[in-house]
Design a protein around this ligand. Structure first.
Ligand code: UT7
Length: 310
C-alpha cells in the first residue's frame, strides 16, 4: 500500500481587513460582544476576487519553487462563483497543469478534510502520484451584512496542500468522515441567485460542534495509538474560539494544543483548517514526532477528521 503525505502547504488571505470596529458602525453590535461570544477580532474580505482566485493564490504559494506537477486536483468550496466551470478546472487552468484529473468537493466547512481523504484514497488505489488539494471560500458573497447574528462570523480565504506518494514530510495516516442528516437544515446558504442568505441555528450547531470535535478527536486519538507523553495538536474548523475552549475544558487538553487563528480570519468555511495549519507550520509550532489532528465540522451537518504525523 502506498504511503501518502503532505509535501507542502500554501495559504492566501486577501488584504482587506474587516474589524469589529467596522461592524460596530454598520450593525447593532459591539467589539466586546463579538470577542466574548466568538473570539473573532477581524476577518479578511476578498475584493475583486472570486472563491477560485483565492484557491489559485493558495495553490501558487503551495507549489512555489517546486518541480512537482499535480496529476490530480481536488477543490473544496461551498462558495464557488459558478458550478461550471467548476473550481478545480479553473485552478488547473490557472496553473497550466497538463491533463490532471480534477473535480470539486462540497462538504461545507468539512470540505478540505473530506478532500484530503478522497485525494489520498485515490492516490493509494490509483495511478495518481501528486494531488493538489485546495479550499477557496468567499463567504462574504453569501453573508448578509445587515444581520448582526451572522455577519460578524465570516471571512474569505484560500488554502492548499500538495500530497505526494514519495518524499513527503508529514504522513497522512488516518481519516474519519461522516454526516448527521438530522441536522441538514440547520445551516443554509447559497441559493444560486447570489443572495446573501446565510442562516444557521447557532445554538444547535454550537452544541453539535463541541460534541463532534470531542468525539472525532477521541476516535482519531485512540486509533493513533499515542503513548503517554506523546505530543499532539488539534487543528479544528475555525468557527468560534468557544468551541475549542469547551472541548479543552472537557478533555483537559490545554488550549495551547488547539491551533486557533479565528481571531484574525473569522470563519472561512473549508479554508479555515488549511489557513490555521499553514500558519502553525510556518511558525514552527509542530516538531518532528508530533501528531496533528485536523477536525472539521459544519453544514450538513458534516464532520471530518484526519491524522498527520509531523
Ligand atoms: O461553520 C459552521 C459551524 N458553525 C458553528 O460552529 C457556529 C456555532 N454557533 C456559534 O458560534 C454561536 O451560536 C454564535 C456565535 C453564532 C452565536 O452566539 P450565542 O452565544 O449562541 O448567541 P445567541 O445567538 O444565543 O444570541 C444571544 C443574544 C441574543 O439576544 P437576546 O435574544 O438574548 O436578547 C441575540 O440577539 O445576543 C444577541 N446577538 C448579538 N448582540 C450583539 C446576536 N448577535 C449579536 C451581535 N451583537 N452580533
Amino acid at each position: 500500500m502506498k504511503r501518502i503525505g503532505i509535501l507542502s502547504l500554501g495559504a492566501f488571505a486577501p488584504p482587506k481587513r474587516l474589524t469589529n470596529a467596522d461592524l460596530e458602525r454598520t450593525v447593532d453590535t459591539t467589539d466586546e460582544w463579538i470577542v466574548r461570544r466568538t473570539g473573532i477580532r477581524e476577518r479578511r474580505i476578498a475584493e475583486g476576487m472570486n472563491a477560485s482566485d483565492l484557491a489559485v493564490e493558495a495553490a501558487r504559494a503551495c507549489l512555489a519553487g517546486r518541480a512537482e506537477r499535480p496529476d490530480l486536483v481536488v477543490a473544496s468550496s461551498s462558495t464557488a462563483e459558478t458550478s461550471c466551470p467548476y473550481q478545480a478546472s479553473r485552478i488547473a487552468h490557472a496553473l497550466a497543469l497538463e491533463s490532471p484529473a480534477a473535480f470539486d468537493v462540497n462538504a461545507a466547512c468539512s470540505g478540505l478534510v473530506y478532500s484530503l481523504a478522497i485525494a489520498s484514497s485515490l492516490m493509494r488505489s490509483g495511478p495518481f502520484r501528486r494531488a493538489l488539494v485546495t479550499a477557496g471560500e468567499k463567504m462574504s458573497l453569501f453573508t448578509d451584512y445587515t444581520d448582526r447574528t451572522s455577519c460578524i462570523l465570516f471571512g474569505d480565504g484560500g488554502a492548499a496542500a500538495l500530497l505526494t506518494d514519495e518524499g513527503w514530510e508529514h504522513e497522512l495516516t488516518d481519516w474519519e468522515l461522516g454526516c448527521e442528516p438530522w441536522g441538514a437544515e440547520l445551516v443554509r446558504m447559497g441559493d444560486r441567485q447570489g443572495n446573501p442568505n446565510f442562516w444557521q441555528d447557532g445554538k444547535q450547531v454550537f452544541k453539535f460542534a463541541v460534541q463532534t470535535l470531542e468525539r472525532v478527536l477521541g476516535i482519531l486519538r485512540t486509533r493513533a495509538g499515542l503513548a503517554p507523553g506523546d505530543r499532539y495538536f488539534v487543528v479544528p474548523h475555525q468557527a468560534n474560539l468557544r468551541v475549542a475552549e469547551a472541548v479543552a475544558e472537557q478533555t483537559g487538553l490545554p488550549m495551547e494544543r488547539f491551533v486557533m487563528n479565528v481571531q484574525r480570519y473569522g470563519n472561512t468555511s473549508s479554508a479555515s483548517i488549511g489557513l490555521a495549519l499553514e500558519e502553525a507550520a510556518r511558525e514552527g509550532r509542530f516538531r518532528a514526532g508530533d501528531t496533528v489532528f485536523l477536525i472539521g465540522f459544519g453544514g450538513g451537518l458534516s464532520w471530518a477528521g484526519a491524522t498527520l504525523k509531523w
